[in-house]
Design a protein around this ligand. Structure first.
Ligand code: NAP
Length: 261
């Protein structure tokens, strides 16, 4: 894939990414670091979270790991404070952490529902609220929320997950207008299927093999391939850059054309 960004495009910028121990978050952390940003890498799994930060540091970048659960409000406040302490400011929050559960509504018990809401929605809310404090003081900042194509079109077996992602989409728009005059832009990305462990969880829950899943996805996605974490990372970097200085309140589909049908 062609690299459109200068190697120092994000030099001096501080980026906080939740759910960066895996998949899209890890790919985006590596991409920002490769273009000069200092990155705070969050995840729940200690070994995986530290590994991503260490890989970035070993490659010559700046990163620090923070292990914790974004469903806990106090941890989110602490994570933002830790980021500002470590790197001096906060320019970009990528509110990416999330989980999926593939099941019909009446097959989803209270505990699963609560876990989806706590992680996907409350986590993004707690993180955004915490990030607004330093961003308002700086009079600048970018928040990018992780929504999904599931916020835009209906997929079978994903009612509770889709509800969290649709809520994120509207939270994004209202945040965008509320904080535009604070110098803070707020956008959401709406990926289609991206080749990460989350998609693997989905196909296991539906009792499909990787090959069966990829064949289905390749047939379903107009561009004819599943997305890669770098497809999303490139869009997140664009939305974080000054090239997107007039873009706020947008829901950006990154789905190979799926939701255009
Ligand atoms: P993934 O590889 O499973 O990564 C999910 C990340 O979220 C992991 O780093 C995980 O950390 C973290 N996480 C989960 N719960 C957390 C919590 N309570 N606190 C902190 N971190 C938590 O999946 P992915 O595909 O990259 O997903 C990233 C985001 O993209 C999710 O919000 C997902 O809904 C969204 N998305 C994915 C797709 C897709 O097709 N893959 C499409 C649209 C949207 P640990 O493993 O360390 O717990």
């Amino acid at each position: 894939m062609t690299d459109l960004f200068a190697k120092d495009a994000f030099a001096g910028k501080v980026v906080l990414i939740t759910g960066a121990s895996s998949g899209i978050g890890a790919g985006t952390a590596r991409a920002f670091a490769a273009h000069g940003a200092a990155v705070m890498v969050n995840g729940r799994n200690e070994a995986r979270t530290r590994k991503v930060a260490e890989e970035i540091t070993r490659a010559g970048g700046r990163a620090q790991a923070s292990v914790g659960d974004v469903a806990r409000s106090a941890y989110c406040d602490a994570l933002v404070a830790e980021t500002v302490r470590a790197f001096g400011r906060l320019d970009v929050l990528f509110n990416n952490a999330g989980i999926v559960f593939n099941a019909k509504l009446d097959e989803t018990d209270d505990a699963r529902w609560q876990q989806l809401i706590d992680t996907n929605l409350s986590g993004a809310f707690y993180m955004a609220r915490a990030a607004l404090r330093p961003m308002k003081a700086q009079k600048s900042g970018v928040v990018i929320n992780m929504s999904s194509e599931c916020a835009l079109i209906a997929y079978e077996n994903l009612a509770p997950y889709s509800a969290t992602k649709a809520a994120i989409a509207m939270m994004t728009k209202v945040m965008a207008i509320d904080h535009a005059r604070d110098g803070i832009r707020v956008n959401a990305v709406c990926p289609g299927d991206v080749d990460t462990p989350m998609v693997e969880t989905g196909w296991q829950q539906l009792k499909l093999t990787r090959e069966e899943t990829l064949a289905r996805l390749n047939a379903h996605i107009p561009i004819g391939r599943i997305g890669q974490p770098l497809d999303i990372a490139n869009a997140v970097m664009f939305l974080s850059s000054d090239a997107a200085s007039f873009i706020t309140g947008a829901l950006l589909s990154i789905d190979g054309g799926t939701t255009a049908r």
